[in-house]
Unconditional design. Sequence first.
Length: 269
Amino acid sequence: MKIAALQMTSGLEVSANLATAGRLLEVAAAAGAGFAVLPENFAFMGVGERDKLGVAEDDGDGPVQEFIAAQARGLRLTVVAGTMALRVPGETRVAAASLVYGTDGGRLGRYDKMHLFDVDVPGHAERYRESAGTVPGTAVVVVDTPAGRAGLSVCYDLRFPELYRRMTALGADFMVVPAAFTVPTGMAHWDVLLRARAIENLCHVVAAAQSGGHANGRHTYGHSLVVDCWGEVLERLPDGEGCVIAEMDLDRQRTLRAGFPALQHRVLT
């Protein structure tokens, strides 16, 4: 199946961001993709961490969820809706939820970002405290889709290989990584981390990124890409809005795993 990673430069206006997402999903579908991934914060990139409270939706009900469901149904696409802000009962913070919609518009799964970006970027005047507005998830999620079993992760999760190993143990055929990597960390680590997760798990990785300058002063790295099960980058979009599309060959992946059974040779589990 052809799979697509969509790259955006999301801002403060939800309606404008959704219009861009819809246009890129149409491009992906017209190019023959059956599975598409939107980036982290695709519907809203606020100035402060708590701004997302103003656009948060209840789980299963809201204009952003309705829009993506309609796009998936209308375009006959399986869509991973990057992340969106969903209210958490009893909390003043939101969940950074990655929702998966099937070709009938029905929801196939939900993953809440587990690892939150609370860091001072070394050598740069950049400080992030994602936990100020976000509640971390607690569950590892693998979802059955027409493209195969998809392991769900988001951005900073990429630095924690044990998450991806757990998804492999749960039968993931490929991993998705909606992201909004900063420029400094992206230049240093984006490619090597994505390729490492693909190589060590012998699986495809689809990474959809934010790219460019945002209202909060953050500059994101872009470089949305698809990596195959041997760690080769199949397609890449360095910057700007657009999409990358590549063929995911799971038959070759199964053959490779059988002949190079590193996953079976693990001593530490």
